[in-house]
Structure formats: C-alpha cells, structure tokens
Ligand binder design. Structure first.
Ligand code: ES4
Ligand code: ZN
Length: 318
C-alpha cells in the first residue's frame, strides 16, 4: 500500500510536532517546559474530546519561535512522505496561534517554505492557511490581510479549532475575500458539529472540500448532495477515535461512507498526537474495518483527484 501514490490533504503541520521535538526546541529556545520528560508529556495525550486535545496542541506550540524551527518542523514531516507513498501534501497551518505569541507571519511562512523547497524533489507540498473558528471574524480578516504578501505560497484557506458554537457562517466575509483573491477553500465541518455546519461550509464559505464531515451521515439529504456533487471528504480515522467521536475504531463509519458513494480520502490530521501517519490510518482501517485492497486503491486515487493539483499532474500521479 505504501507504494500506491497518494496525496495527504488533511494534516496540521503543528500537529506533526513530536514530543521529542518539543523538548529539542524548548532547549534550543531556552523555554521552560512544565514536564520533565517525553513520557510525562505523552501521558497527557489522553483526550476526551476535541477541546482537551486543542489545549495541549496550543500549549506545545510555545516552543516554535524561529524560521529555523518552522523549517525543522515541516522538514521532519516531509521526510516521512516518500515512505508512505505520499507524493503530494496540502498542509494546514495556524498563523493566529503564532501571531498571538509574537511570532510573525513572515517567520512562519518562510520557515515552512524553506522545507517545502528543500524537499520538492521527494514530495510536492502546498500550504493552506487555517483560521481559528473559536477566535473572532475580525482576527481572521486581519490574518488574511497580513498573509496577502505571501499568497504566491498559499494555495487556499481553511477553518479549524473548536467547532461547536462556531458555525462557518461567522466567517462569511473573510472567506469571500479569500475567494476573490483566488484562494481555494476548505473547512473543517461535521467533526463534532452538526450536519448544518457542513451545509454552511459549502453554501456560505464556498468550500471545495470538507475536512472530516463524518457527521453528515446523520442527514440523508446531505449525504445525497455530497454524493451527487462528489464533494471530497478528508476523513481522519485515528483522530476520530482519539477524540472520542467513535468509541472504537471498529465503530468508524468510513465503510458506510464508501458504500454511500461518497468521495472519501484518508488522512492523519495530527499524527504526533493521534497514533500515527497516513500509513497508520490506512493500516487501521484495513485491519479493523475490513477495508479491502480495492477500496484502499480507490481511497488513494480519490486523494489525488481531490487535491488542488492541476489535472495533468494528477494524471501523472495516478
Ligand atoms: C484539529 Cl482534529 C482538529 N480539529 C479541529 N481543529 C484542529 N486543529 C488541529 N487539529
Ligand atoms: Zn484537522
């Protein structure tokens, strides 16, 4: 399976920050950590829901300070792509989480791009700027404006962080501006939130893919639409289990989504926190959900088709 070419479309670069790197960067940047060992940090990775994960995800980011740090973070992820058959990655990043800490958007983007350029012969990669939905619409707009000098290095915008209580419609204006700037649009929706948020992401934000989208299955009319319009869903099985959306991997509805004719892809979300990379997710659905070789090949093909690569490059990868 590792040999089958695929694209990863749902990975937060800050979620690839491994515990060992938290310690290395803390030392390099002279930052005091509230834990004494990797084991003590990892012991905190017992999440009950999305928020309990986000608390530690944002806390760990404190060690990311310099252009070199962002380079090293992205380089560590990109290095793992070839062995997983990941030939292309569309990588989320959360500038607001860094701006808040006094790290400039220039530091973040140039650091990430240093690594993307360095690994371009092994894997192609592009950046998707995510807005934090539990922050204000004004903050999102200010972030888009700050990013505008870098838009040649950003393929699209997304929406992430705490979902419930923060409907996509809150960000109608900023996504309209992003679309006017020629940016692609994706959004997390239906991870913990209701099917209505998936509809809003499509109709109000103009989302071209839905990140997660698993709760769309609660609404048969929405399922019919997602099938009819072949809206790609970037599903992250191990993430859903670790965040308690499903009690056990054997309860995951990915097989049902495939049976419904939905355009599903498999992704890692935050591999340093949720038990592994794309390959680990693929292994889990094969082992515990009975997903067949043929279905795995279809999932890999879906990931290339659902990417923002040009059609010629897609055909070359397929
Ligand atoms: C995230 Cl799993 C998940 N959901 C929403 N926002 C996120 N940011 C990083 N990981
Ligand atoms: Zn995510």
């Amino acid at each position: 399976m590792a040999a089958i070419p695929k694209a990863e479309l749902h990975v937060h670069i800050e979620g690839t920050l491994e515990p060992a790197m938290v310690f290395d960067l803390a030392e390099r940047n002279h930052i005091d950590l509230p834990y004494d060992s990797v084991a003590e940090l990892e012991a905190k990775y017992r999440f009950t829901d999305l928020q309990s994960f986000l608390d530690i995800y944002y806390e760990n980011m404190a060690v990311l300070r310099t252009r070199q740090d962002f380079h090293d973070l992205a380089a560590a992820y990109l290095r793992t792509c070839p062995e997983q058959g990941v030939r292309h990655a569309e990588i989320f990043f959360d500038p607001q989480a860094h701006l808040k800490r006094g790290v400039s958007i220039d530091t973040v983007i140039t650091g990430l791009c240093d690594a993307i350029d360095e690994y371009r012969d092994q894997v192609s990669a592009s950046l998707i700027l995510c807005f934090l939905r539990d922050d204000t619409a004004e903050s999102a707009m200010a972030t888009l404006l700050a990013a505008e000098p870098y838009l040649d290095r950003i393929i699209g915008v997304g929406l992430d962080s705490a979902e419930v209580g923060h409907p996509p419609s809150k960000f109608a204006e900023v996504f309209q501006r992003a679309r006017e700037k020629g940016l692609k649009v994706v959004a997390h929706a239906g991870e913990e939130g209701p099917p209505e948020y998936v509809r809003e992401a499509l109709d109000v934000l103009g989302a071209q893919r839905i990140d997660h989208g698993i709760r769309a299955l609660d609404d048969p009319k929405l399922v019919a639409r997602l099938r009819r319009e072949q809206i790609p869903l970037t599903v992250c099985p191990l993430s859903n289990v670790r965040l308690g959306v499903f009690g056990d991997i054997r309860e995951h509805t990915l097989p049902r989504m495939l049976d419904e004719g939905l355009l599903v892809t498999v992704n890692s979300d935050d591999p340093a926190y949720f038990g592994g990379n794309v390959e680990a997710n693929v292994a889990a659905i094969r082992e515990h959900l009975g997903v067949t070789e043929k279905q795995l090949r279809a999932l890999a093909e879906n990931s290339v088709r659902a990417s923002f690569l040009d059609e010629q490059t897609k055909e070359r990868l397929l």
